[in-house]
Write a protein that binds this ligand. Structure first.
Ligand code: GLY
Length: 370
């Protein structure tokens, strides 16, 4: 069973296929993009060990030659040195402008390889085959590519849309529960920012999806991709509405910086905590009733996810320290923090009109929760 979501971006439009068995169907789905029967695949050690043979065998059995590069797994791979490594390798492999590069992995591989494709010979086409839930619902869609530098995450990059995304939900079965739930932080974000019916559906079905119900997984990934596609079609380069996708991220980025971007807090876990805090802040500012943050928290707790600062292992800076970290966020404009707040579940909006004292109180209460 597969579903398709179309991202209508004119001459950069593409389809996202979602479902099981897509690695086997990759040759058919990619064939129409090939000017010659040869692709370059970049993956990481974890995904490579589990799934690279299946992809290579599927492609080669249909007469498509492959060459592949396997990089170390982990966020540290999204760096200048690995970007040089990938681009030099693609040039060594004589990958030409008309060829296709495949990014086969989670968000790190998608962002790095997408950026390499954006700059190689001033731009080659690439296909995303995301293997983590987070990459399937967020990072593989929408064309944001890039690397981290010592100044922060994703500060060097380009908008470069893939020509095709194959989100094989069958691959999610090899994720750890923690990685799956971290990706779920981005799924729940879509319901919270713009679709209360989807959030309600998640309240009833997300636990089945987490346990492996494939129909529920496909529906969750599909609705997430539809929502992301709708927003990206309205605002591809984040001049306005695309910022809504950053619900929970102002808090999340400060918490990730405070925890050293380590496995104390995975990105999607930070997004979930950030969403709970953004709803709490919205209620305290009188934008929505207290029932809304309570409902958000209850669902995240039901899923076994982190909700409060007390759920993050180890010491954290105090509320003022976290506010200072928020001040380094990419979204700061004229020295003012930008938050995505909500008038209710599914009704998010962007504002810089937020009182620092109220944010401090929300952080202090979350640090004393329990
Ligand atoms: N992950 C946020 C965006 O793609 O805009």
């Amino acid at each position: 069973m597969t579903e398709t979501v179309h991202v209508g971006l004119g001459d950069r439009a593409y389809d996202i296929h979602i479902g099981t068995g897509l690695l086997d169907r990759a040759p058919d789905l990619i064939a129409s993009f090939l000017k010659r029967p040869r692709v370059a695949i970049v993956t990481d050690e974890n995904v490579g060990a589990l799934h690279l043979d299946a992809l290579v065998n599927a492609l080669e059995s249909q007469g498509i030659a492959t060459t592949s590069l396997t990089l170390p797994a982990g966020e540290a791979t999204k760096c200048w040195a690995e970007l040089t490594h990938v681009t030099d390798w693609l040039l060594d492999e004589k990958i030409e402008r008309r060829d296709i590069v495949i990014a086969f992995g989670g968000g790190v591989i998608g962002d790095l390889v997408g950026f390499a494709a954006a700059i190689l010979r001033r731009g080659v086409r690439f296909v995303q085959i995301p293997t983590s839930l987070l990459a399937q619902v967020d990072s593989s869609v929408g064309g944001k590519t890039g690397i981290n530098t010592r100044h922060g995450k994703n500060l060097i990059g380009a908008f470069h849309q893939p020509v095709l995304v194959l989100a094989d939900t069958g691959l999610l079965g090899t994720l750890t529960k923690r990685d799956y739930l971290a990706g779920y932080g981005e799924v729940v974000k879509y319901g919270l920012l713009g679709d209360s019916e989807f959030f309600q559906w998640l309240e009833g079905n997300a636990s089945h999806a987490a346990e492996g119900d494939m129909e529920a997984r496909i529906r969750a990934v599909k609705r997430s991709c539809e929502m992301k596609a709708e927003i990206v079609m309205r605002d591809e380069t984040e001049q306005g509405d695309r910022a809504l996708l950053n619900l929970g991220h102002t808090f999340c980025h400060a918490l990730e910086a405070a925890t050293g971007y380590s496995d104390r807090l995975l990105h999607g876990e930070g997004v979930a905590v950030g969403c709970a805090l953004a709803f709490e802040l919205s209620a305290r500012m009188g934008l929505c009733s207290q029932e809304e943050p309570s409902r958000v928290r209850a669902h995240l707790r039901d899923m076994g996810m982190k909700v409060d600062l007390t759920d993050i292992a180890g010491e954290l800076p105090d509320a003022d320290g976290l506010l200072d970290l928020m001040g380094q966020d990419k979204k700061v404009q004229d020295g003012k923090l930008t938050f995505i707040l909500a008038r209710g579940i599914g009704q998010a909006f962007t504002t810089s009109d937020v009182d620092r004292d109220v944010v401090r109180a929300v952080l202090q209460d979350s640090a004393n929760a329990g």
